[in-house]
Design a protein around this ligand. Sequence first.
Ligand code: HAM
Length: 417
Amino acid sequence: MSSKSKFKNVKGTRDILPEEAIRWQKIENIIRKKMEQYNFQEVRFPTFEATDLFRKSTGESTDIVRKEMFTFEDMGGRSLTLKPEGTPSVVRMFLQHGLFNKGALQKFYYIERMFRQERPQKGRYREFRQFGAEVIGSSSAESDVELVKSALDIFNELDIKDVELNINSIGCPRCRKNFIKEFKGFLKEKLSGLCEDCNRRYAENPMRILDCKRDKKKIKGAPVPSDFLCDECKEHFEEFKNRLDFLNIKFNIDNRLVRGLDYYTKTVFEFVNSNLGSQNEVGGGGRYDELIKFMGGEDTPASGYAVGIDRLMLLLKEEEEKLGVDVYIVTFDEESDAEGWKILNGLRDAGFSCDKDPMRRTVKAQFREADRQNAKWVIIIGEDERKRGIVQLKNMGKGEQKEIPMKTGKIVKELKC
Ligand code: HAM
């Protein structure tokens, strides 16, 4: 069949066809299993939120808020935005639903679609999927290590190798003040030679200049936040590193790692894999001890991370995924067809995946379909079988065929053998 449709999916979005969907399901199952082993509880949140939520939490000076959000007005003139990341929604839910009353420590996870208007390329899409984990209530480095370990466990279970962990501490607002002062002093002379974005960041959020790929060389030798850590932040970072060491988790210290979101304090980390090309960041996160208070809650420490599932997909080994049903039912005539549907419903109720041709095609076409569906078993019913009250049950792997009474219970018993 040739397609004359002029419609195509929108740039930066992706269709996931059946074989690929099986791999997505596998990944999602592993994420859920691991997250539950770590006692994270699943939350789901809306596709769009009030634009201000992201402006205030993700941060006005971030690339996400400045140029990447899908923002629109509803009919009442309210500004709404398709969620570009999950942390603001989790914090909103935590505050809105009084989840802080449920205990001093809350551990959440999510698997959600996110939307960012970035220039599409391999590994970078306008609609993508993330899983994320957030620990709210704990200020300890143990929680940060637990988060890191949960992500590494998932990579491991997916057999994704060569993921490197980069870490840094960007301090708290108090020690950051001293860094910013020194850093701005260092940059003053160089500013005219830096890119437009860095010039804007100089006024809005100078620390992000450390993140600039274009001006990296021009700011060589610049002061870095970790040189200015106060005793508390220093101790926290030491504890984080010691505990990673204790668990034999390898890491690199990247003292220029600041991450692109405004809410981070103290520890930040990222997972990278060089096989991904220019979009080599598989995931990242860090502490956000100030955000909950800033959003109107009590002073509550928190940390978390998110991983791009589309990027995980690119790193998974290509394995041929086969569609498949347990049982396919082939019938020879109209009356057998009715019996076939009855048996099919019984087998589905008993927990088997089972299918049958709804288009009354020829027996040959039905067998072809059973093959295409990789059926493990085929049940064959014709006039003779009906008269004798039996079905033919063919084991497609072994090529063996047996006669079984035409009773769902008996067929189920045989299939379970
Ligand atoms: P993020 O670094 O902005 O962090 O995104 C996390 C991950 O999402 C990235 O490492 C990447 O794998 C994936 N990702 C981001 N943008 C795209 C895109 N356009 N296409 C495909 N994948 C993408 C956050 O979102 C924070 N909320 C993480 C966090 C949670 N921090 C604390 N808690």
